[in-house]
Design a protein around this ligand. Structure first.
Ligand SMILES: Cc1ncc(COP(=O)(O)O)c(C=O)c1O
Length: 507
């Protein structure tokens, strides 16, 4: 009895801490009893102290205890017999489900024992994620982070952005706060559409805002791909997009690329026999090699796509950062057949955590994507989207872009000079100066297998060619390229980090 009293009081206190005034006292007592029984401090058929004793122990009114006991009887945890008080039920709810025996089911005209064991429930997964969620350190946890996709977040104008957010809080548009507008906040759709029309010559298309462009790629995959379909991808490419395609059971069909980008003649061969349904491209700054796809190849690819009735996903992830000239207009800007699905993101203009990306396509596809998106989430992030819309309206967005383009241009040239210094010392490293983007694709002059691991132990993060390829391990043995992000690297970090990379490979 002493053990019961202590345990019940312990459970009761714990319950009170969790529920602080949210639940009536009798329900808190009932919950404490339930835990005590579940933990085996009260056994089936064991009698309980009288309600008067319990009331004294718990320092509550006797009616409260009576109400708790009645609740437990109703739930099947206690039984009561006339004049003999309360007992723990002889067959407890948990025990009964644990001791169920398998049922007999019909298979054809035979009766067989169902193979499911009711005592050991197990999830049966119908799908496997095609990406592994890493528990290892993030790129940004390393002292020198050469990850190609990182903007300089320290340069983000948080004060300016804060005033747009304050504006949202001071004058909230109440009707916009509830459900609806699954395609995104109308203000943001309107601002991005205007911007795309002006800066990227994309018009007469609809726009869907999503939770980063990865969500867009996933939605497109779910709607347009199925088991056995092919997706044409560049030999070196963007694994998160590949993972979204593969999640539908589609196959990746690699297309050869050279120093001018993807080779249309090889695409033609693969289109003729690989059941390709979509072509995925990063034409402005090929990911990861940074090459800008020449106009003649773009036109050839467009014609092939039209001839085979295949859509093109154009992932234009860092359009703004183009340094020596205006960037070539996206393929989506000249798309008379409406077969280009344009995907882009704010992850490079702002930061990945903003989770704003978008898909631009013809009306039919955007309507279907929006409906599908509403299945996953029937509202978008109003606060973030309206704040960004305000920031765009006020011109802050484009001011930031101009500032960052100047900064990244300088950083690109700085990194190139650092690498040239090593070339002059006789190291066989080589690279082509990219027209834009946030990273260099550098041939280190010897196999880089194992380099990544060595560098991680020296607090340097970088991505190697191995990570962007679908080739077999033995084919990867002679890979020589690394992708060096420069956008987020200060000059000191750039010099020190590259020194560690070079020394790890050459000394
Ligand atoms: C090729 C490519 N596409 C898209 C993205 C952006 O993804 P998200 O908008 O989901 O952050 C990145 C970012 O690294 C990228 O490199």
């Amino acid at each position: 009895m002493k053990a019961l009293s202590l345990n019940l009081e312990k459970q009761y206190l714990a319950q009170q801490m969790i529920t602080v005034k949210k639940q009536a006292k009798y329900l808190q007592i009932a919950a404490a009893f339930r835990e005590t029984i579940k933990q085996g401090f009260l056994m089936p058929d064991e009698p309980l102290p009288s309600s008067r004793t319990l009331a004294k122990q718990l320092n509550v009114n006797r009616h409260t205890v009576m109400a708790a006991l009645a609740e437990l009887v109703a739930q099947g945890w206690l039984e009561t017999k006339l004049r003999s008080g309360y007992r723990v039920a002889a067959a407890l709810p948990i025990q009964t489900s644990k001791s169920l025996s398998p049922i007999i089911i019909k298979k054809g005209n035979k009766s067989v024992i169902n193979e499911i064991n009711p005592a050991t429930f197990q999830w049966r997964f119908r799908r496997q994620a095609t990406v592994a969620v890493s528990l290892a350190k993030k790129a940004s946890d390393y002292r020198y982070n050469f990850s190609g996709g990182y903007p300089d977040m320290n340069s983000f104008p948080f004060d300016e952005f804060k005033s747009c957010f304050n504006d949202f809080c001071q004058r909230p548009k109440i009707p916009s706060l509830s459900y609806g507008d699954s395609a995104g906040e109308p203000e943001l759709i309107s601002e991005i559409s205007k911007y795309l029309r002006r800066v990227r010559s994309i018009k007469n298309k609809e726009l869907l805002v999503c939770n980063g462009s990865q969500e867009g790629l996933y939605l497109i995959s779910q709607l347009l791909l199925g088991v056995g379909d092919g997706v044409a991808v560049e030999e070196r490419g963007y694994p998160p997009a590949w993972a979204a395609f593969k999640s539908t059971g589609a196959n990746l069909v690699t297309i050869k690329q050279d120093k001018y980008g993807i080779i249309p003649e090889h695409l033609a061969v693969q289109l003729s026999h690989c059941n390709i349904k979509l072509i995925y491209l990063t034409p402005l700054h090929q990911y990861p090699t940074t090459v800008t796809l020449v106009v003649s190849r773009r036109m050839k690819i467009y014609q092939l796509a039209a001839q085979y009735g295949v859509g093109i996903i154009e992932d234009d992830y860092d359009h703004e950062f183009h340094y020596n000239s205006q960037p070539i207009a996206p393929m989506a800007a000249d798309d008379p057949l409406g077969l280009v699905i344009y995907v882009s993101t704010f992850s490079k203009l702002m930061f990945g955590g903003a989770r704003i990306g978008y898909v631009v396509a013809n009306t039919e596809l955007i309507a279907k994507l929006t409906a599908y998106k509403a299945l996953i989430n029937h509202k978008t992030n109003v606060m973030m989207q309206q704040t960004v819309a305000k920031w765009m309206q006020q011109g802050g967005f484009e001011r930031h872009l101009r500032r960052m383009t100047r900064l990244y241009h300088k950083r690109r040239d700085f990194m190139i000079n650092v690498l040239k210094g090593y070339q002059q010392q006789g190291l066989p490293i080589s690279f082509t100066c990219p027209a834009g983007g946030m990273a260099l694709w550098v041939n280190m002059g010897k196999s880089i297998v194992g380099l990544k691991e060595t560098l991680l132990s020296k607090n340097v993060y970088l991505q190697t060619e191995v990570e962007f390829s679908l080739a077999t391990d033995s084919e990867k043995e002679d890979y020589r390229f690394v992708r060096l992000g420069f956008a987020a690297m200060s000059e000191t970090e750039c010099v020190q980090g590259i020194k560690i990379i070079v020394e790890s490979l050459y000394r």
